[in-house]
Design a protein around this ligand. Structure first.
Ligand SMILES: C[S@@+](CC[C@H](N)C(=O)[O-])C[C@H]1O[C@@H](n2cnc3c(N)ncnc32)[C@H](O)[C@@H]1O
Length: 416
């Protein structure tokens, strides 16, 4: 139920729509991220089994100034994918910014609905629901997630982001301090002024100064400007979820975690090369392993998860399908091939360098991944270079096994 704190939250996003965005920047770049990147939705939600030609209805709940909705709608438009993205938020100020961004891009596949997640307007059902950075602000995150799960079509999925505690070290201490200096019932502008003054003299021992992953409180363009500062340090309500707390929330909402992103970050084994320690992790379930990785790494400030309805059968991408098309991100085939020479691939996640063993033909395979070639075509091309078919098959399987958890390679929707 909405309460006094929720009214303050509503006032915050009216005064300081989040995140700070200038629609003129749409001419220069598309902001991409997780969740709701179309390639991720195709792969992690639909297991690369849902035809690209099927119309997709997506809801972006708590869409703010539009990052998720604009990304998804633009990627659908570029790929000629039918369907619509419904942006929902109760902030009229955020709507103005999001609408202007959509107009700047000439996007016709977004609909804007002003309304509350706590009392969802009638909008029909959705194949995909995004709720990024919103649940942790709600008076009752479980009620919010349950409400959203009810508008999910059978076989549909969700992409959510919630705060995580360890990577936010320093944030809650300063929230405590600022609540004393700038009480929550003061006007947003006055509170921002106080927070800026505090930041100017922040003791060098303050944990926030030592936390390199938190930048929202810094001035634009490297930080989030006033909306970022307010959202991070003056927010009237935010709670952080450890992996077990998130898993409990998801389960209570009648949902299931399909994957945490990036999956490799939630695997403790790369962090524990000692075989005696690996023996101890071997018997652990998915949530326990992820909780261990979270506690060991200490750098997770958010959790991104793709969810399915608990009653739906699990769908996984089929890497052995010869007609499947692998798609790389964070570089093209040539650059990934360069990184994979020498039997390992190093990827850094928020300061944490993970080195993954990859098979001998990894570079030869990756150099042929261009987002169009099928698995069969890639295999034939590598074989034409002189490698025996059995080794190509073995190495391709090992490469995808190593790389899928990095979220840097996904399988495209069929018929794309
Ligand atoms: C931190 S912003 C996140 C915006 C966007 N999802 C993103 O990740 O950039 C939170 C958004 O949730 C919206 N919000 C909070 N509670 C809401 C509710 N009950 N119903 C609809 N929107 C809500 C706020 O207005 C705000 O725009």
């Amino acid at each position: 139920m909405p309460d006094e704190t929720d009214a303050q939250l509503a006032a915050q996003y009216e005064a300081l729509p989040y995140p700070a965005r200038d629609p003129r920047d749409e001419a220069k770049r598309l902001i991409v991220g997780s969740p709701s990147n179309l390639a991720e939705v195709d792969h992690w939600v639909f297991g690369a089994r849902r035809a690209a030609g099927l119309p997709m209805r997506a809801l972006v709940a708590g869409g703010g100034t539009g990052d998720g909705a604009i990304m998804l709608a633009q990627q659908m438009a570029w790929a000629g994918r039918p369907g619509e993205v419904v942006w929902l938020d109760r902030s009229g100020a955020a709507r103005k910014v999001a609408e202007a961004r959509a107009a700047a891009r000439g996007l016709l596949n977004i609909r804007f609905v002003e309304g509350s997640i706590l009392d969802l307007p009638e909008m029909g059902v959705f194949d995909y629901v995004d709720c990024c950075g919103v649940l942790h602000h709600l008076p009752d995150p479980l009620a919010g997630l349950r409400g959203l799960s009810r508008v999910l079509a059978p076989g549909g999925g969700m992409g959510i982001m919630v705060y995580a505690p360890h990577g936010r070290t320093g944030v809650y201490m300063l929230q405590d301090a600022l609540r004393m200096l700038a009480p929550v019932d003061e006007a947003p502008a006055a509170r921002v002024d106080v927070a800026k003054r505090v930041m100017r003299h922040l003791p060098e021992t303050a944990w926030l100064r030592k936390n390199p992953w938190i930048t929202d409180h810094l001035p634009l363009p490297q930080g989030g400007g006033d909306p970022g500062l307010y959202d991070l340090l003056l927010n009237p309500r935010d709670v952080a979820f450890t992996v077990p707390a998130l898993a409990a929330l998801v389960e209570a909402a009648g949902l299931r975690i399909s994957t945490l992103v990036e999956p490799v970050r939630y695997d403790p084994d790369p962090l524990l090369p000692d075989p005696r320690l690996r023996a101890r992790t071997a018997g652990m379930g998915m949530v326990e392993r992820a909780a261990l990785a979270e506690a060991l790494a200490g750098n997770m400030g958010i959790h991104i998860a793709y969810l399915a309805r608990a009653e739906d059968a699990a769908v996984r991408a089929d890497w052995e399908d010869p007609s499947a098309v692998p798609v790389l991100r964070g570089g093209d085939g040539a650059s990934w091939a360069k990184g994979a020479r020498g039997g390992s691939l190093a990827i850094t996640f928020d300061g944490l360098r993970v080195v993954l063993p990859v098979p001998p033909l990894a570079a030869a395979v990756l150099s042929r991944v261009d987002g169009r070639a099928t698995m069969a075509e890639i295999a034939r091309a590598v074989e034409a270079g002189g490698a025996p078919a059995a080794q190509v098959a073995r190495d391709m399987a090992a490469l995808w096994r190593a790389m899928e958890p990095t979220n840097r390679v996904t399988l495209a929707a069929p018929g794309r």
